[in-house]
Design a protein around this ligand. Structure first.
Ligand SMILES: [Zn+2]
Length: 222
């Protein structure tokens, strides 16, 4: 199934490019049941294969566990799918550059055109693991209707209407954070103004461009 191929590819690409470390994960809402989602068994994301993909109830209960290890932070996914019916894919990452900003309370600023798509960036005011329904609800309410949120000194989530969107936004967020961090080392970065932000959103929130970014990274996987 193409959806599963893409889910596997998203895990591998995000891992290869350091956006998710050994502990990040990616899910999609089940195409057959909106109250379930598909997520791999707990495994290093660069090793995920189609056979690792499991189905979970929205409360995080595996449909058919078969003794497989499961991610402790899976409530992130169900919490967001419950709160956001239109969301079809969720990325949870522990990206280095984005997390640096949250460690020192440096707000995410749009310093790069694609990075403006996830601005303004809400931040969950807790570094704790999202391993229970209460934390999952806190994260979902921090995210609100936004496409991305960061978690203080922990990581980030991005969501999308499909895996390509959630994946691409995670990349844009991390690239913007990297550029912002680096620019801060040598001066005060230029931050896009409202007019520039509006233009970026109008031109860059575009499925064809998202697909091109996806294809760029997908092709490197071979
Ligand atoms: Zn995490």
């Amino acid at each position: 199934m193409e959806l599963l191929e893409d889910l596997v590819a998203a895990n591998r690409i995000l891992a290869e490019h350091g956006v998710i470390d050994a502990y990040g994960h990616v899910s999609i809402r089940s195409p057959d049941n909106p109250n379930r989602y598909l997520l791999s068994r707990a495994r290093s994301p660069e090793l995920v294969e189609e056979a690792d993909i499991m189905e979970f109830e929205i409360d995080g209960t595996p449909v058919d566990r078969q003794n497989r290890p499961i991610y402790i932070e899976r409530p992130i996914h169900g919490g967001i799918y419950k709160a956001r019916p239109e969301v079809k894919a969720v990325v949870h990452a522990h990206p280095k550059w984005s997390t640096f900003l949250t460690m020192v309370g440096q707000p995410y600023q749009p310093v790069y055109a694609q990075g403006s798509l996830v601005y303004p960036m809400p931040v969950l005011d807790s570094p704790n693991s999202i391993n229970n329904p209460v934390m999952a609800e806190r994260l979902a309410s921090t995210l609100g209707q936004r496409p991305a949120a960061m978690m203080k000194s922990h990581g980030a989530v991005t969501v999308g209407k499909d895996i390509v969107e959630a994946f691409v936004l995670a990349n844009y967020m991390e690239e913007n954070s990297y550029r912002q961090y680096m620019a801060l080392q040598i001066g005060k970065p230029y931050v896009f103004n409202e007019k520039e932000l509006a233009l970026c959103r109008e031109k860059l929130w575009n499925a064809a461009l998202f697909k091109r970014t996806w294809d760029h990274f997908r092709a490197k996987l071979g």
